[in-house]
Ligand binder design. Structure first.
Ligand code: GLN
Length: 485
C-alpha cells in the first residue's frame, strides 16, 4: 500500500521500524501536493523547506529514543491558526500580508508532539461560509468531483485529507465548519466540546461558538490527533481545566447497551436517500449492541435563525480590530483617518464578511438589541436545555450531517439564505457547546454523505469509540475519491 493511504498508527510504526524516515514521508506528501493541489486549490501556502527541516528534527528525536504517535507525521493547518513566521491569511485579502509573531496553542502542541506542518489550508474568508467559495484565494475543489464544493469553512483542510495530501489536518467549527466539509468530502471530522481545545492564536469569528478540531480519514486517526491538541490552556479564558482522557485507549470498547437517540427534528423532512443512509447507520449501531430510540428537541429548528443573529453579532465586534492601522491590509493614499478606515475595510473584506458585519452591527444596535440579540440568546438557552434533557434519556444523539451531498461550485453563492441552510443539522451542537463528529456513511449521486453523532459535554472519547466501532463494521471511510487512492 502506498504511504499516503496508511493510517497514522501505521505510519508511526513504519517510522519506528525505520522503514522510512519522516523526511522521506514528508517529501512524499510534498510531491503529492505539488502534483495535485493545482486542481484542488486546497492549500494557500506550502511550507516545503520548513516541513523538511521539521521532519529532520523529528527523525533526530526518534533516533534519540523518543516515541510518540505523531512524531514525524505530516499535517496541514487551517489558515486560521497563527503560525510563527508563516503567513496566516484567514482566507482574506485583509490578512494576505499578515505573518504572525507566535504560534497558536494548537500549532504549538502539534509541533511539540513532533508533527510536521506541510502548509496552510484554504478556507472561507474568516471562516464565514459553507462552501469555501468566499476565500480570497478562490474556491477549493472537491476531490470526488472537481466541479463541486468540498464544504466549508474548513474546505481546504477537508479536501486535503480526502485527496490524501496529508494524514490529518486541523479545522475550526463555529456552526459546522468541521463536520459539514468532512461529510461532503468523505472523511471523519470531530468538533470537540466548547473549551476542550484552546482558542489562543486562532483568529476569532464568533468567540462563544468557535472551537478547534481535526480532520482524519478514521476515528482512530482523529483520536490520536485530538489527543495532541486537547487540554487546558491558561492563555484562553474559556479553556476548561478537565483532564484529557487517552482517546486512543478507549476506541475499542464494546457498544453493548449504548443508548442512541435519533433526533426527530433531524429525521423529519429528510431527503429519502439521505434518510436511508441514516437508517442503515442505525442498523449497524444496533447490530453492534446499541439501543436506539427517537428523541425530540422541539426548539432545534430555530437554531439557524438563532445562529445567524449570535454569530454575526460576535463577528462584528471581533472584526473591528482590522482597521488598516495595526496590521493587515491598508488602502493606498488615504485622504484622512476616516478614509483610511473605510477604504481599508471596504477593500480588505469580501462580500460575505461585510454582510455579517452589517447584520451583526444592526442586531447589536440600541434599538434592536432586545428584539434580536437578547431574544437569540434566550432561544440559545432553550436549545441547550433541550439537549441537556435529551442526554438524560440517551448517551448519544444521531442524525445526518448535511441535507444534501456536495453541490456545484457557484450553485448557491448568490443566495445567502440557501447557503445558510446547509448548516441546519450542525449548528445546534455549537449553540449548546457540545462535541459532535461526522463520519462517512454512504453515497448519494456518487458523492459522499456523513452521519453525525452528538454527545454531552466532554464525551469526545465516547463519540470516537462509537465511530471507530462503526468503521470496523463498515468501509465507507476507506473509499478514496477516484484518482486519489
Ligand atoms: N457555515 C457557517 C457560517 O457560515 C459555519 C461556519 C463555521 O463553522 N465556521 O457561519
Amino acid at each position: 500500500m502506498t504511504w499516503h493511504a496508511r493510517s497514522i498508527a501505521e505510519l508511526a510504526n513504519a517510522l519506528e521500524r525505520r522503514e522510512l524516515s519522516s523526511v522521506e514521508l514528508t517529501r512524499h506528501f510534498l510531491e503529492r501536493i505539488g502534483a495535485l493541489n493545482g486542481a484542488l486549490n486546497a492549500l494557500i501556502t506550502v511550507t516545503a523547506e520548513r516541513a523538511l527541516a521539521e521532519a529532520a528534527v523529528a527523525d533526530r528525536r526518534r533516533a534519540a529514543g523518543e516515541r510518540g504517535p505523531l512524531l514525524g507525521i505530516p499535517l496541514i493547518h487551517k489558515d486560521i491558526f497563527c503560525t510563527d513566521g508563516v503567513r496566516t491569511s484567514c482566507g482574506s485579502r485583509m490578512l494576505d500580508n499578515f505573518v504572525a509573531p507566535y504560534d497558536a496553542t494548537v500549532v504549538a502542541r502539534l509541533k511539540a508532539a513532533g508533527a510536521v506542518m506541510l502548509g496552510k489550508a484554504n478556507m472561507d474568508e474568516f471562516a464565514m461560509g459553507s462552501s469555501n467559495e468566499t476565500s480570497f484565494y478562490g474556491p477549493v475543489h472537491n476531490p470526488w468531483d472537481l466541479d463541486k464544493v468540498p464544504g466549508g469553512s474548513s474546505g481546504g483542510s477537508a479536501a486535503a485529507v480526502a485527496a490524501r495530501l496529508a494524514p490529518f489536518s486541523t479545522g475550526t467549527d463555529t456552526g459546522g465548519s468541521i463536520r459539514q466539509p468532512a461529510a461532503l468530502s468523505g472523511i471523519t471530522g470531530i468538533k470537540p466540546t466548547y473549551g476542550r481545545v484552546s482558542r489562543y492564536g486562532m483568529i476569532a469569528f464568533a468567540s462563544s461558538l468557535d472551537q478547534a478540531g481535526v480532520f482524519a480519514r478514521s476515528a482512530a486517526d482523529a483520536a490520536i490527533a485530538l489527543g495532541a491538541i486537547a487540554g487546558f490552556d491558561p492563555r484562553d479564558s474559556t479553556s476548561v481545566d478537565v483532564p484529557v482522557p487517552d482517546y486512543a485507549a478507549t476506541l475499542d470498547g464494546p457498544l453493548a447497551g449504548l443508548r442512541i437517540g435519533l433526533v426527530k427534528e433531524f429525521s423529519e423532512a429528510l431527503e429519502p436517500r439521505n434518510g436511508a443512509l441514516i437508517a442503515a447507520a442505525l442498523d449497524v449501531f444496533r447490530s453492534l449492541g446499541a439501543k436506539t430510540t427517537t428523541v425530540s428537541l422541539p426548539s432545534l429548528p430555530l437554531s439557524v435563525p438563532t445562529y445567524y443573529v449570535v454569530a454575526p453579532a460576535e463577528c462584528s465586534s471581533n472584526l473591528s480590530r482590522f482597521d488598516g492601522v495595526r496590521f493587515g491590509y491598508r488602502c493606498t493614499d488615504p485622504k484622512d483617518l476616516r478614509d483610511l478606515y473605510e477604504r481599508s475595510r471596504g477593500e480588505g473584506f469580501g462580500a460575505e464578511v461585510k454582510r455579517r458585519i452589517m447584520t451583526g452591527t444592526y442586531v447589536l444596535s440600541a434599538g434592536y438589541f432586545d428584539a434580536y440579540y437578547l431574544k437569540a440568546q434566550k432561544v440559545r438557552q432553550l436549545i441547550a436545555g433541550e439537549f441537556g434533557a435529551a442526554f438524560q434519556q440517551v448517551d448519544l444523539l444521531i442524525g445526518p450531517t448535511t441535507p444534501t451531498p456536495a453541490f456545484g461550485i457557484g450553485a448557491k453563492i448568490d443566495d445567502p439564505v440557501t447557503m445558510y441552510l446547509n448548516d441546519i443539522y450542525t449548528i445546534g451542537a455549537n449553540l449548546a457547546g457540545l462535541p459532535a463528529i461526522s463520519a462517512p456513511c454512504g453515497f448519494v449521486e456518487g458523492l459522499p454523505m456523513g452521519v453525525q453523532l452528538i454527545g454531552p459535554p466532554f464525551s469526545e472519547g465516547r463519540l470516537l469509540n462509537a465511530v471507530h466501532r462503526y468503521q470496523l463494521a463498515t468501509d465507507w471511510h476507506d473509499r478514496a475519491a477516484p484518482g486519489y487512492a
